[in-house]
Write a protein that binds this ligand. Structure first.
Ligand code: DC
Length: 208
């Protein structure tokens, strides 16, 4: 199997930034798997459906087109909540399984998500579980929202993050949790550069 790096962790822990930099450093394609669930949630909302409805969500997942991942309305509180709701539906997860496996077939990949090391690539070459304290994650997400001109309260951002993590970790299918062989990186006290260096060193150790 080509090199596959699995990066999991809770919302806004810095997985995306890390994954993108690792992919560039190692010359691997990168897939943000959260976008798949976001695009499915968005499709359900577009059709006037409820993202918690298994039939509507599974149909949206089966109809997903790669071009959906380039939509510009996949971020923000509404998309956050819809993605987390569709992600709890087993039919949605199985509909997205092959897309994620196939993405890495040719040239390997770095993928970030919630179940990459546990379900999608239990055979990954290296697995990282990236975390940070809820207050630090909320602070970072709040700064990001503010940077985009959004008018958000840090307490509201933290409450929504905690709710989403609780839902992602409590679901029966592919809950958010570290794989047994994942290397945990807590980025609470690390800036982006230090987090990247720690992740790169951990991956290089695993790749040998
Ligand atoms: O990583 P993100 O915040 O963009 O993910 C959005 C939602 O999708 C998240 O709340 C849980 C779900 N998700 C998932 O269940 N499994 C993945 N591999 C990626 C995301």
């Amino acid at each position: 199997m080509p090199i596959v790096i699995a990066i999991d962790g809770p919302a806004a822990a810095g997985k995306g930034t890390l994954a993108r930099r690792l992919a560039a450093e190692l010359g691997l394609p990168y897939l943000d798997t959260g976008l798949l669930y976001r695009a499915v949630g968005r499709r359900v909302l577009d059709g006037g459906g409820d993202p918690r409805d298994p039939a509507a969500a599974e149909a949206a997942a089966r109809a997903l087109d790669p071009s959906d991942l380039a939509r510009d309305d996949l971020r923000g509180p509404e998309a956050d909540a819809a993605s987390s709701a569709v992600a709890a539906i087993p039919g949605v997860r199985s509909a997205l399984f092959d897309f994620q496996r196939n993405f890495a077939t040719l040239a390997g990949a770095v993928l970030d998500g919630r179940d990459i090391g546990t379900v999608i690539f239990p055979d990954a070459s290296a697995k990282l579980f990236v975390t940070a304290s809820p207050s630090e994650r909320a602070r970072r997400r709040w700064l990001e929202l503010r940077g985009k001109g959004a008018d958000a309260e840090v307490a509201t951002v933290e409450r929504e993050l905690r709710d989403r993590d609780a839902r992602d970790a409590a679901r029966a299918t592919a809950p958010l949790r570290p794989a047994e062989d994942a290397i945990e990186i807590d980025t609470s006290d690390l800036d982006a550069e230090a987090a990247f260096q720690a992740a790169l060193a951990a991956v290089r150790r695993r790749l040998g």
